[in-house]
Design a protein around this ligand. Sequence first.
Ligand code: NAP
Length: 324
Amino acid sequence: MWAIQATRFGDPEVLAIREMPDPVAGPGQGVVEVSVADVLFVETQIRRGLAREYFTVEPPYVPGSAVAGQVISVGESVDPGWVGRRVAAHTGGGGGYAERVAVPADGLIPVPDGLGVREAAALLHDGPTALGVFEEARIRPGESVLVTAAAGGMGVLLVQLAHTAGARVTAAARGKQKLDVAREMGAVSVVDYSRPGWPERVREACGGGGPDVVFDGAGGQIGGAAFEITAPGGRFSAHGAPSGGFAEFDPREAERRGVTVRGIEDVRFAPAKVKRLAARALAEAAAGRMRPVIGQTFPLARAADAHAAMEARDVVGKTLLLLT
Ligand SMILES: NC(=O)c1ccc[n+]([C@@H]2O[C@H](COP(=O)([O-])OP(=O)(O)OC[C@H]3O[C@@H](n4cnc5c(N)ncnc54)[C@H](OP(=O)(O)O)[C@@H]3O)[C@@H](O)[C@H]2O)c1
């Protein structure tokens, strides 16, 4: 089979297409014929060899932690009824950027009727994290919510969830195209954070007092500025780090202003919870209540271009690799 291998740490070009042996389902595993592989921003950071205290993978490795497709075989102690079913699955590590991958069978999630495998793959990571982060924030109707990196794969889901919960959503992102997408998702105001003075515009959009809830998908200085304007007694989710690190702020300042901060560790859910939330996200999407935005797709052989586009911030919503 064909697979993408990160041959060493470095620029996107280290991702090379390679012929590799087909996987065989071991005990407790199923082999998925991959139709779609999810691409995450964090996979570009791992490929660069960043954050090695969290990610211990060493090249050469096949990236890809979530796929959707069809089960073609199962190993010992797995229900053979899975064979032939359309599924979405976490790979339990890497291996997703490939024509076939062996995955833990207890993580297989059937793709509901009426939902495409692309949408299922698009929701497998972003859906559970968005639902988990959203639930933690306990948004009440009428509250003001700021979402940064609002046109990212998860950002668009958070905008939708907060809007549906009756919040007044301000979306912050870079550039008109991304802001237009965020508006379509339900944001009542949009702010371009590549422009100076953006935090003041967010404050104005929130009626002068700052947002009650911030979902920060951007991190770094953007996240730090969003923290500064969070309303006293507000909630701040510091889950995003695409700008190079999580939101920069002083925890004593959070305490002083009574701002509850949740970090990345709060969105590292146990596998059973991830599976439950993922199944719910797929069901919500099948029912038309949640919509992933698939902004761009690439064939497997162009995985390097997918990574380059993400790093250049040229992508909107979700980026996927298509195999069939
Ligand atoms: N998806 C998950 O399951 C999950 C789980 C845990 C944590 N996270 C974190 O949450 C973040 C947001 O998730 P997402 O899925 O909405 O985002 P995404 O699709 O990975 O896109 C990242 C977004 O970050 C923004 N960004 C800001 N600074 C950037 C930079 N220097 N380089 C590249 N992009 C930059 C980009 O928008 P602008 O150009 O508009 O700024 C882009 O839309 C992730 O990047 C990750 O750090 C995600």
